[in-house]
Design a protein around this ligand. Structure first.
Ligand code: APR
Length: 176
């Protein structure tokens, strides 16, 4: 397996307990919290996270913003907004690809070496998980080919199905 893909691992777990430099939040445009990953991260980080998010003025889909991690083991939270799946005719693939790229660009800017992603857009935002997994892996591998600053990317899946799908996607794209 080429060196690049060795920097990426897929696990089953809860993103809030990951002991990495930064965890990525699957947020919405308001950045004011929600359910799923968003709810779990805000609950684990504590109220100071919401206080800092309030000052950010939201985040467009496909972009990312960074805050401190507060009570989380991770030092940073990178909030990104994935696209809502609307059938594939509204540049969803491009927006999802951008969400991973924007998060990694921010991570690099902040000298973050290890980062954990959830399966962005595959929950409340309804993205078909096979498509989302392929886009996620392609975006991460494309970014890692351009830089050696980030040396550990963890895709944190919340269930067996997601774990299998993201593992398959990583295997497939790392062969290319
Ligand atoms: N750790 C890791 N993965 C998790 C966790 C967790 N604690 N909780 C949920 N997941 C998984 C879900 O199973 C799903 O596969 O994260 C994936 C993304 O699901 P969502 O959190 O619903 O995120 P998304 O589909 O991007 O929708 C974002 O939901 O919570 C709101 O405010 C958020 O409006 C935004 C929308």
């Amino acid at each position: 397996m080429p060196k690049i893909a060795e920097k990426v691992t897929v696990i089953i777990g809860d993103i809030v307990v990951q002991t990495v430099d930064a965890i990525v939040n699957a947020a919405n445009n308001s950045l004011l919290g929600g359910e799923g990953v968003d709810g779990a991260i805000h609950r684990a980080a504590g109220n100071e996270l919401l206080e800092e998010c309030r000052k950010l003025g939201g985040c467009p889909t496909g972009e990312a913003r960074i805050t401190k991690g507060y009570n989380l083991p991770a030092k940073w939270v990178i909030h990104t907004v994935g696209p809502i799946w609307r059938g594939g005719m509204y540049r969803e693939d491009e927006m999802l690809y951008r969400a991973y790229q924007s998060s990694l660009e921010l991570a690099q800017k902040y000298d973050i070496r290890s980062i954990a992603f959830p399966a962005i857009s595959t929950g409340a935002y309804g993205y078909p998980i096979e498509k989302a997994a392929g886009i996620a892996v392609r975006s991460v591998l494309d970014f890692l080919r351009e830089t050696d600053k980030i040396n550990n990317v963890i895709m944190v899946c919340y269930n067996q199905t997601a774990f299998h799908t993201y593992s398959e996607a990583l295997l497939q794209y790392s062969r290319q």
